[in-house]
Design a protein around this ligand. Structure first.
Ligand code: FAD
Ligand code: NAP
Length: 322
């Protein structure tokens, strides 16, 4: 029998944005519910070292940070629920979300913190060899390539971190990038260039993942400048070309930009619907950091509190007047 869960503040997503909104919302007495989704704790649960989240002199681990954030949210009164939202009604408050479990979640206000998901290349062999040599998470699967050769595709922070991480396991790591310069932070680039196990193939696009029943054997490449075709033998390939915002649920209900990110009022987490707020990577294609996600999560909770206070005050005035 489906259950209806009611709350002043419904939060969809349990990454740094959702959990920070929950911490502030709970402390403001909004008794938030967080619907966690398929990745409790969000993207940082698939990484290892985090050295840029303020407050920690020593390197910390992403999964540990997210466990602590969740514990803090629960400690101040957040209810964490294990479900994934599959449909949402946003005509007005209360907002209704339907979970994969069949349960219904009703919130007087709604905070969307659904983050982003790994992007794939969409070339032949990628789906077929997924889990048989092709992966989007080196920190999850790098262990399987002890003493083997792997390639990492991409040129951003994720690709460089993934490449450096797999050097802990693999004997040889080749970074494949479609241009002749990386967009990763300079400090990461310096570490990559200095690593004896790493080499880089510049100006190369992956046309196909090659392999069969036994798994991946190589990647077919095309030179993006000369058009020359080549093939690099490899045991594993990690696709690290960025993430797409998780906004499928909100198409046609909220304004999205051309890349699919939720459009908010500049400088705020307010969407075009009063009482609906968006925070973290789902509305931010520029910064996409744990600390900025947490920051906008805080802003969403503060604005949610103001929204409810204004609405409650207006309702009380009407009751008194009427
Ligand atoms: P996410 O962390 O993406 O969380 C989204 C949440 O929404 C998840 O809990 C998911 O389960 C939930 N969700 C999605 N859809 C639904 C649904 N339909 N129903 C219910 N829940 C749903 N940033 C740094 O600052 N430092 C780093 O060192 C760093 N390292 C990184 C390493 C990697 C490999 C990656 C991929 C990212 C890294 N980042 C780092 C970026 C950082 O992880 C993100 O900016 C941050 O996690 C965004 O937080 P978020 O809360 O917006 O979303
Ligand atoms: P990103 O910064 O968007 O970089 C994506 C990379 O993949 C780019 O180099 C891009 O190439 C390449 N790419 C995209 N589509 C491609 C395609 N179809 N074929 C081949 N290559 C393709 O994504 P990200 O590295 O995942 O980082 C996302 C965010 O998380 C960033 O804000 C990043 O700073 C943050 N992050 C931070 C840390 C950290 O602080 N330590 C770690 C990881 C991630 P072009 O360069 O040619 O566009």
């Amino acid at each position: 029998m489906p259950t209806t869960h009611k709350t002043r503040m419904l939060i969809v997503g349990s990454g740094p944005a959702g959990l920070t909104a929950a911490i502030y919302g709970a402390r403001a007495g909004m008794e938030p519910i967080v619907v966690q989704g398929l990745q409790p704790g969000g993207q940082l649960t698939i990484t290892t070292d985090v050295e840029n989240y303020p407050g920690f002199r020593d390197v910390i681990q992403g999964p540990w940070l997210m466990q602590e954030m969740q514990a803090q949210a629960e400690h101040v009164g957040t209810r964490m629920l294990w479900d994934t939202i599959t449909a949402i009604e946003m005509d007005g408050s209360p907002f209704r979300a339907i979970g994969d479990s069949g349960d219904i979640y009703e919130g007087d206000c709604l905070v969307i913190a659904t983050g982003a998901q790994a992007r794939w290349l969409g070339v032949p062999g990628e789906a077929e060899l997924g889990g048989k040599g092709v992966s989007a998470c080196a920190t999850c699967d790098g262990f399987f390539y002890r003493g083997k050769k792997v390639v990492v595709i991409g040129g951003g922070n994720t690709a460089v971190e993934e490449a450096l991480y797999v050097t802990n396991h693999a004997s040889e790591v080749v970074l494949i990038h479609r241009r002749d310069s990386l967009r990763a932070e300079r400090i990461l680039q310096d570490r990559l260039f200095a690593h004896p196990k790493v080499s880089i193939l510049w100006n190369k696009a992956v046309d196909q993942f090659v392999g069969g029943d036994k798994g991946l054997t190589g990647v077919a490449l095309r030179d993006t400048v000369t058009g020359e075709i080549s093939e690099v033998p490899t045991d594993g390939a990690f696709v690290a070309i960025g993430h797409a915002p998780a906004t499928e649920l909100f198409k046609g209900k909220l304004d999205l930009d051309e890349a699919g990110y939720i459009i908010v009022e500049p400088g705020t987490p307010k969407t075009q619907i009063a009482g609906v707020f968006a925070c973290g990577d789902v509305m931010d294609h520029t910064y996409r950091q744990a600390v900025t996600a947490a920051g906008t999560g805080c802003m969403a909770a503060l604005d949610a509190e103001r929204f409810l206070a204004t609405r409650d005050f207006a309702a009380t005035r009407e009751t008194v007047a009427g």
